[in-house]
Design a binder for this molecule. Structure first.
Ligand code: SF4
Ligand code: SF4
Ligand code: SF4
Length: 306
């Protein structure tokens, strides 16, 4: 009589689970993910936010290997990358060449922070009046274009981690979800949702213009919780009602210039993106189409802002 097999005998042992960086349990990967950090034109504050994770970043190294980083390594450890995190905007040919080469090397590309996702702080120059643009030229800063662009204007971007700087908790959540094969957007709600959740009294009722109703959440309503207006650093939501908010800002007493400055502090106006497409390939990448107002829900009342 052949011996009966014990239940489970001959089967592969279940791999031991380890704690993930974000505190949940995930199986140890066979091979660590090779990741890289890259900076275009920016302050490098988003990569610093990742380094700020300290102990938790060290724990995450059970699952990832940092294979390229100007701040951390003398030279790259690998050409091919599973994930490239790119911070900064494109304002020069050097930025553009670097971006194309990073895209070629990487299976998955994450735009890291406001500069990379929506042109952010470098994008402020996009809305400067001509006399200031001229000053920039006279000072011999030679941009490729007279504008700064989010990286999605030039390459396929697989995921956005927003904010100025990014929220490091979101970075860990993204890694955790990526290791589970999930790459869907993290937050789909506006800042107001988190603001109400924190039981803040609304700044709009005090006559302070706030972009919370049209801005993606994920910062836990950082600014309104400190009595400061949201200035849109996490990008505009897909279903934002700009016209209604703009009317409210008018009622509060903001001038056209103040409204224009607030809406464009971190975010580009759709008209500028269309202009860019005309000058270049003539066709906007899909992500920019939405921003440029081809999604009817996404229109800004440009007439009013002029
Ligand atoms: S998003 Fe803000 S913190 Fe991040 S690189 Fe740009 S300016 Fe710096
Ligand atoms: S303060 Fe700003 S974010 Fe908070 S509820 Fe009011 S509009 Fe929304
Ligand atoms: S409240 Fe607005 S400006 Fe402040 S961190 Fe959040 S998204 Fe950015």
């Amino acid at each position: 009589m052949p011996k009966k097999k014990r239940a489970g005998a001959g089967q592969k042992p279940i791999p031991k689970k380890k704690h993930s960086a974000a505190g949940k349990e995930i199986p140890m990967p066979k091979k660590k993910l090779k990741i890289g950090f890259f900076s275009l034109t920016c302050c490098e504050g988003c990569e610093l936010a990742v380094l700020d994770l300290e102990e938790r970043l060290l724990k995450a190294l059970n699952y990832i290997e940092i294979a390229d980083s100007r701040l951390l390594l003398e030279k790259p450890l690998s050409k091919k990358l599973d994930i490239a995190f790119v911070e900064g905007s494109v304002i020069s040919k050097h930025d553009l060449d670097s971006l194309h080469s990073i895209r070629e090397r990487s299976s998955f590309l994450v735009a890291l922070g406001a500069c990379a996702t929506i042109a952010g702080i470098p994008g402020i120059r996009n809305s400067l009046p001509d006399y200031l643009q001229d000053k920039i030229k006279r000072n011999q800063i030679k941009p490729m274009k007279e504008k700064a662009f989010p990286i999605s204007a030039f390459v396929k971007v697989d995921f956005l981690l927003q904010g100025c700087s990014i929220n490091e908790e979101e970075f860990l959540t993204f890694l955790n979800r990526f290791l589970h094969g999930k790459t869907t957007r993290l937050e789909q709600i506006p800042v107001c949702f988190e603001c109400k959740h924190r039981q803040n009294s609304c700044l709009l009722l005090k006559g302070i213009a706030c972009l919370g109703p049209v801005t993606y959440a994920g910062c836990n309503a950082l600014c309104p919780s400190e009595n400061a207006q949201c200035i849109g650093c996490r990008g505009f939501t897909d279903d934002a009602n700009f016209t209604a908010l703009d009317s409210l800002f008018k009622e509060i007493g903001l001038s056209k210039e103040e409204r224009h400055n607030l809406f464009t502090y971190f975010n580009q106006l759709p008209e500028e993106l269309k202009e860019f497409a005309k000058e270049n390939s003539g066709e906007l990448p899909n992500q920019l189409k939405e921003l440029a107002g081809e999604n009817p829900k996404k229109k800004i009342d440009l007439e009013a802002l002029k």
